[in-house]
Design a protein around this ligand. Structure first.
Ligand SMILES: [Zn+2]
Length: 383
């Protein structure tokens, strides 16, 4: 796989292998050839393995029904990929044995008199089969089940007696309840909230709000809302559609609550809004940099804050900076130099689509301190 880079961007080159796990996929054999890096089949279940061009193992993604369900890393006895979590990992070590065929063509170059044959002589080919076994460790997050409000995984038949309600902990925060009436969407909110509180920092924010008697407003879905989700100055939480009720979107708003209540920043002041958004994007980039151990050649679907969307002028520089503040992708930084934060916030304002300067976001506030980053590093640790 060679993915050409844009201007000033290095090409990405790697070897991709697939192990197909489900019979129905094999039946449609012609689709094997159509399966590719950019074109994932919706029925694909199995493993996709990535190697660098020297054959060095990078990582594995596990797919079920066309969706990524696990990432799997080569077992070297080292650390588990990083996420800030308060739950626990259940890990198993498994092996994959693959076979491959090596075909060799034999040529001979003979001496003739005082010189050589100019044409090598073809002596046929031979081949052999080899097998190789890889060991890998597969880890699955196990939720600790706290947070109250039991829910079941199915979307149910919608019968009235099983109408789900917001779980108790959400009701304590969102004192105005919800205008959502459709049961499966309420379950989505409960599920996202339970997942949210498996994250060390989000759970800290929840506990901070509860212990300081800070209450939030209501939860609603508004299809006309411009954005995936947002929390207003009166603490009403809006999702831009039922499909946006996700833990990722909730985490974003939870960091805004940390900025607002733990670090006393008025994020609704226009000079702070863009800076606060960049701080969130930077936190996400720092975690990704640690996740890939500072190796930006590793395939990642993560969108980085300061390059992308056709703008790659600062890609290498930004990657180098992320590596430097994380000591090569090994630690979560305890603080960020203000001048650096301002410099990158300004570039984020040019690159970002959602928070672009053209939409009114400002990135010149040298008084904005990324205090949430230092708060996180003070209370959450890398696994
Ligand atoms: Zn935001």
């Amino acid at each position: 796989m060679i993915k050409p880079g844009s201007t000033n961007l290095r090409d990405r080159e790697f070897i991709m292998g697939c192990l197909f796990g489900k019979e129905p996929f094999f039946i449609k054999r012609e689709r094997f050839l159509l399966y590719g890096y950019l074109k994932k089949d919706k029925d694909f279940s199995g493993l996709v393995l990535f190697y660098d061009l020297a054959g060095q193992f990078i990582n594995v993604w596990r797919y079920t029904g066309g969706k990524v369900t696990h990432t799997i890393n080569f077992y070297e006895g080292g650390n588990i990929p990083v996420r800030l979590k308060s739950g626990y990992l259940s890990c198993t070590i498994n092996s994959i044995t693959t076979w491959y065929k090596v075909e060799t063509e034999w040529y001979s170059i003979g001496e003739y008199g005082s010189g050589l044959f100019t044409e090598p002589e073809y002596n046929g080919s031979s081949y052999g089969y080899y097998t190789e076994t890889y060991y890998y460790r597969q880890c699955v997050w196990v939720e600790d089940g706290t947070g109250g409000g039991a829910y079941n995984g199915g979307s149910g038949s919608g019968s009235i007696e099983n109408q789900p309600t917001l779980n108790a902990s959400i009701k304590k925060l969102f004192v105005k309840g919800t205008t959502i009436t459709y049961g499966p969407y309420i379950e989505s909110v409960n599920n996202a909230y339970n997942d949210l509180n498996n994250d060390c920092f989000s759970n800290y924010v929840t506990n901070y709000l509860l212990s300081h008697n800070i209450t939030l407003g209501s939860i609603k879905i508004d299809e006309t809302y411009l954005g995936l989700a947002g929390i207003s100055s009166t603490n009403d939480l809006t999702f831009g559609g039922s499909e946006f009720i996700t833990v990722e979107n909730l985490e974003h708003e939870w960091i805004h609550l940390a900025q607002r209540y733990i670090n006393n920043t008025n994020i609704f002041n226009a000079s702070n809004t863009g800076m606060a958004e960049f701080e969130i994007a930077l936190i996400s980039d720092i975690l990704e940099c640690i996740n890939i151990h500072g190796n930006f050649d590793i395939y990642s679907e993560h969108p980085f804050a300061c390059y992308g969307n056709g703008k790659y002028n600062h890609q290498k520089e930004y990657q180098d900076w992320l590596k430097s503040i994380t000591s090569g992708g090994t630690i979560f930084p305890s603080s960020i130099v203000t001048g650096n934060f301002l410099y990158w916030a300004n570039i984020f304002g040019d690159v970002s689509i959602s928070y672009n300067k053209s939409r009114g976001y400002q990135y010149t506030n040298s008084y904005y301190k990324p205090k949430t980053i230092s708060t996180i590093s003070g209370i959450c640790y890398l696994l």
